[in-house]
Design a protein around this ligand. Structure first.
Ligand code: NAD
Ligand code: UDP
Length: 315
């Protein structure tokens, strides 16, 4: 059944891909975004699409898009560089913004899916991370503005489900990349791709032995759409369990870009998680989902996008 769906953070990397997927499935989409880290450039492909509308809106302020059947809450600064710059705004969108959108779901009896994060696990002592692990987060460290905002969001989403019966879902997203990842947001794939394509040295923070598991955007969106259709209310990890050290990731980028860039070391940021890899047994069992795109394939599919950004002079 075609639905009228609200996507917050619609002008961001993931929100814009989600809008594309929902429209392709026949739905009508209302996108909102305050453009603090996103850009309407990410929605250019939807120009003239009659089932899509966009409104510049801060979700921390009261708003009402009219009757909607489902809400995807994706608004929040997401990269360490962005949320460090926008610390209080990140805490506000994770708290007030989440509550505002849950109130809309309650008012319109709409389904609700919140974009949570692997960052809820902090610097994990359990590896790979299973959904039942409660995490190891420094509540007052530099990453806490993001981690604790997301942990509060999970708590309030579960409360609206338990106390008010809202049909909520929580996805814990692990590092995702692909076209429309902002080239200047400081995340490792955007930094390495742009550095390699500009012939600059790739900056490894620390000794590069810390690990991440990188999910290509189309795989992630497919998992999220399945979760939204499910009856699961507890958190579900969606990510690619193929784990890479940051040094190995740098080598993959050099290989795919065909460049011989130097690799240089920079200081490791405080509280940078040492290891991160999702246990996706739950997503596999519950949703029949698993990622299909390898890191190498995903980097190849993203190459033209990053080349275009670099030649347009984006920094
Ligand atoms: P992004 O920065 O590209 O997109 C976030 C969007 O939210 C931006 O367009 C921004 O302008 C908007 N936004 C921020 N605060 C807002 C507010 N108060 N009101 C309205 N709009 C606001 O980041 P992304 O990678 O697309 O992340 C989307 C969501 O997924 C975030 O909630 C993020 O925490 C979550 N997530 C992403 C990843 C990842 O690897 N990309 C991993 C874990 C979780
Ligand atoms: N990183 C790096 N060089 C960079 C950017 C990031 O070595 O230019 C490292 C960072 O310290 C972290 C990992 O890459 O260990 C992933 O960083 P990112 O900011 O992409 O996301 P995080 O998973 O830390 O939120």
């Amino acid at each position: 059944m075609p639905q009228r769906i609200l996507v917050t953070g619609a002008a961001g990397f993931l929100g814009s891909h989600l809008c594309d997927a929902l429209l392709a499935n026949g739905h009508t989409v209302v996108g909102v975004d305050n453009l603090c880290t996103g850009s309407t450039d990410n929605l250019r492909q939807l120009t003239g699409e009659s089932r899509f509308s966009f409104e510049e809106q801060d979700i921390c302020k009261s708003f009402d898009p009219g009757k909607v059947d489902f809400i995807f809450n994706f608004a929040s600064p997401a990269s360490p560089v962005d949320y460090s710059r926008l610390g209080v705004e990140t805490l506000s969108v994770g708290s007030t913004g989440t509550v505002n959108t849950l109130d809309l779901a309650r008012k319109y009896n709409a389904g609700y899916l919140h974009a949570s994060t692997s960052e809820c696990y902090g610097d994990p002592e359990v590896h790979p991370q299973v959904e039942t692990y409660w995490g190891n987060v420094n509540p007052i460290g530099p990453r806490s503005v993001y981690d604790e905002a997301k942990r509060f969001s999970e708590a309030v989403v579960m409360a609206y489900h338990r106390y008010y019966g809202v049909n909520t879902h929580l996805v814990r997203i692990f590092n995702t990349y692909g076209p429309r990842l902002q080239i200047n947001d400081g995340r490792v794939i955007s930094n390495f791709m742009s550095q390699a394509l500009r012939g600059e040295p790739l900056t490894i923070y620390g000794d590069g032995s810390q690990t991440r598991s990188f999910c290509y955007v189309s795989d992630l969106i497919a998992g999220i759409v399945l979760l939204a259709d499910s009856d699961e209310h507890l958190p579900v990890n969606i990510g690619n369990p193929d784990e890479w050290t940051i040094l190995e990731c740098a080598r993959q980028v050099l290989d795919v870009t065909g460049t011989k860039g130097e690799i240089i070391a920079k200081p490791l940021p405080q509280d940078d998680p040492t290891r991160r890899c999702p246990d996706i047994t739950k997503a596999k069992t519950l949703l029949g989902w698993e990622p299909k795109v390898s890191l190498r394939q995903g980097l190849q599919s993203s190459l033209q996008y990053f080349k275009d950004c670099v030649s347009a002079g984006s920094r």
